[in-house]
Design a protein around this ligand. Structure first.
Ligand code: CUO
Length: 686
């Protein structure tokens, strides 16, 4: 194998098939020494692999070393929200973490392949690649190709299989599976109008990848991990609400009451691990019930969720949590050392049992919330049904109930944020710099942004064996025309000044077509970009491309992209590896409306000298996704609270005048507001 990337890449291919099955489009084959599997496994009609990868026997990897990793059945779902599955992940990751270099990891993983659950295997190998310094040049192939069954209905995959079976063996062209934008339901239910967004491949891959970097219960303690859990999910909800308002739907309602039926059901029509085993479906008006799946976890009652929520709210309003020794742990964000209150609260709410100040007392509200919802259709295994998609990191955003659960979680975070003192004028105002004008330009047109449908192709045959034949997945997704921000800034100081530019987007009107006050619009503001600029004295014209956004990732990397990549050691690739995390670029904008929908941009300049975070020399700043994903082996690169200045209630007055709307913040010279229109062109985008 030419390089580390290729050594590890083929472990991601065909997760459901035996490891000896030809991979790389039939060109690569793992050859296991002393292999006891039948020879039929290793052959495929018409394929003669040219690259043979020898895998010596590894007596050091005995099944007993895998601990609980073998406890999750093959072909069934793996849920990071279940404590027993997190334990299994920890056990397998420990085995992989002990390896030394790509060749060693490849050998051990190839020997473990087929002995552990498929999603767990992919999770653990991804987790280890992201964490091992010597593997920083290795990138992960997109989940869309590893597990196509998470993205397209089983029916479409079976149709492709049939088509392949009927094909003339000499025929070489690929079968194409078209999917979307109709997705999983009919327009009869209002919630289905936004299913193209929930079921978008990019946002689901992002969510999977984000949790790989910031997992609870895996001994990972990254800088501001809890705050990022709050912020990244808060921003997902804000974006979902922007999309809903675009479609005339009300903002998402929190799942406040677990004692009444959940109005909206969800029928994913997808299968788990490419195995053909269906995810569970939830009927409309399903009543959540106590969790009694004793085969995978301890019983938990709805009452437990209610008690944990009450305790968390109590802590928020008291201003402190109580640790296991009975000592008070204050909850404040304006601390100069130690963890911020938001991190302490998030660790107890998510919960991360390793970091919660008092796990037995504050419980596991968010994770168990996912579990109760994921099993609400079969809470006691009476029907032997698989969990619903809301139980899996890579599919949970598909289900409308995900957003209702996370709105409840966010509601607790917002309750906490409202206990923090509003920013003072000196924290908001930056004297000496002034935004004169700011807006967006696309194709020489100012302030009108365009969205519509686009398509992207992936190789489904990398994840699923279609008799060794190529099968392409053509997914329809929302997209937009790229644009540039133009900002004219006057630096009245006599010297250069470095500033952070913060750019947010929110709808101008609420669902009743009224302009919003500060508090109503506050948690709708979505970060579009955040970057540093060097201002010379006098006038500065800053131009920034939408493609450089601080929240987005580049496009998903396919197997083909990675097969064609070079030796895999450049620093650019290393940086990208971590930043494989990020909101998909094609989902940067909400869709708006065919006739145009009014949005507002908010720009703010802050003093980079106060924002900057000192990191040890040599830290690689990732090219993308930093605001949602942080930086590799480094502190989060912005000292201000995430979401600043909208994370707190407004200052009552600024420059002696009352603050009622965001426009009152824009009176400051270093801030600016500007109206833009977003038009949805449907199929006419390209
Ligand atoms: Cu990301 Cu609940 O944390 O899904």
């Amino acid at each position: 194998m030419a390089n580390d990337q290729q050594r590890l890449l083929y472990l991601f291919e065909l997760p459901q098939e035996p490891i000896q099955t030809p991979r790389g489009g039939g060109s690569v084959q793992f050859k296991l020494e002393n292999d006891d599997s039948p020879p039929s496994v290793a052959t495929r009609v018409g394929l003669s692999p040219s690259v043979s990868v020898p895998v010596p026997e590894r007596k050091d990897v005995a099944l007993q070393d895998l601990g609980t990793a073998t406890s999750i059945p093959m072909g069934s779902a793996f849920s990071f929200f279940l404590a027993s599955h997190r334990r299994a992940a920890r056990d397998l990751c420990n085995v992989f973490m002990k390896t030394n270099g790509a060749e060693d990891l490849m050998q051990v993983a190839a020997r473990v392949h087929g002995k552990v659950n498929e999603t767990l295997f992919i999770y653990a190998i991804s987790f280890v690649i992201l964490r091992k310094k010597e593997l920083h040049s290795v990138r992960l192939p997109t989940m869309v190709e590893v597990f196509p069954s998470r993205f397209v209905p089983q029916e479409a995959l079976s149709r492709a299989q049939l088509q392949v079976n009927r094909m003339d063996p000499n025929q070489s062209e690929a079968v194409i599976i078209e999917h979307g934008p109709e997705f999983s339901g009919s327009p009869v239910k209002p919630e289905h109008r936004v299913s193209y967004w929930r079921e978008d491949y990019g946002i689901n891959v992002h969510h999977w990848h984000w949790h790989l970097i910031y997992p609870p219960g895996m001994g990972v303690d990254r800088d501001r991990k809890g705050e990022l859990f709050y912020y990244m999910h808060q921003q997902i909800i804000a974006r979902y609400d922007m999309e809903r308002l675009s479609l005339g739907l009300p903002r998402v309602q929190k799942l406040d009451n677990w004692r009444v039926p959940i109005e909206d059901g969800y029928f994913p029509k997808l299968t788990v691990n490419n195995s053909g085993r269906a995810w569970g479906s939830r009927q409309d008006n399903t009543l959540p019930k106590d969790f009694r799946r004793t085969e995978i976890g301890d019983p938990v009652d709805i009452t437990d969720l209610e008690i944990w929520r009450a305790r968390l709210l109590g802590a928020i309003h008291q201003g402190y949590m109580v640790d296991r020794n009975g000592d008070k742990v204050p909850l404040r964000d304006d601390v100069t050392s130690g963890k911020r209150g938001i991190d302490i609260l998030a660790d107890a709410l998510e919960a991360d049992a390793d970091h919660s100040v008092n796990f037995p007392y504050y419980g596991d509200l968010h994770n168990i919330g996912h579990d109760i919802l994921a099993f609400s259709h079969d809470p006691d295994n009476a029907h032997k049904e698989e969990m619903g998609v809301v139980g899996d990191l890579g599919t949970s955003l598909r289900d409308p109930v995900f957003f209702r659960l996370h709105k409840l979680v966010d509601d607790l975070f917002q309750e906490y944020k409202l206990t923090q003192p509003p920013y003072k004028e000196e924290e908001l105002f930056l004297p000496g710099v002034r935004i004169e004008r700011a807006g967006v330009v696309r194709d020489d047109e100012a302030d009108v942004l365009l969205t519509g449908w686009n398509t992207r192709e992936f190789e489904a045959s990398r994840g699923i064996d279609f008799n060794g034949r190529p099968v392409i997945l053509r997914l329809t997704h929302l997209d937009h025309k790229p644009f540039d921000y133009h900002i004219q800034i006057n630096n009245d100081l006599r010297e250069p000044k470095e500033v952070t530019v913060r750019i947010y987007l929110a709808p101008k009107f609420n669902g009743r077509e009224q302009e919003m006050n500060f508090m109503e619009q506050r948690i709708l503001w979505c970060e579009l970009d955040k970057f540093t600029v060097h201002l010379k004295p006098g006038t500065n014209h800053v131009v920034r491309s939408s493609k450089e956004s601080s929240i987005t990732n580049l496009e998903e990397l396919t197997f083909k992209d990675l097969e064609n990549s070079g030796p895999g050691n450049s620093s650019e690739q290393s940086a990208f590896n971590f930043c494989g995390c990020g909101w998909p670029q094609h989902m940067l904008l909400p869709r708006g409306r065919p006739e145009g929908m009014a949005f507002q941009l908010f720009f703010m300049l802050t003093d980079y000298a106060k924002d900057k975070v000192s990191n040890p020399g040599g830290v690689r700043r990732c090219a993308n996704g930093v605001s949602f994903c942080g930086m590799q082996d480094a502190k989060y690169p912005d000292a201000r609270p995430m979401g600043f200045p909208f994370d707190r209630r407004p200052a009552p007055t600024l420059q002696g005048l009352p603050v009622n709307t965001t426009a009152d913040y824009a009176r400051l010279g270093n801030a600016f507001m500007h109206d833009v229109t977003i038009k949805f062109l449907g199929d006419k985008l390209n």
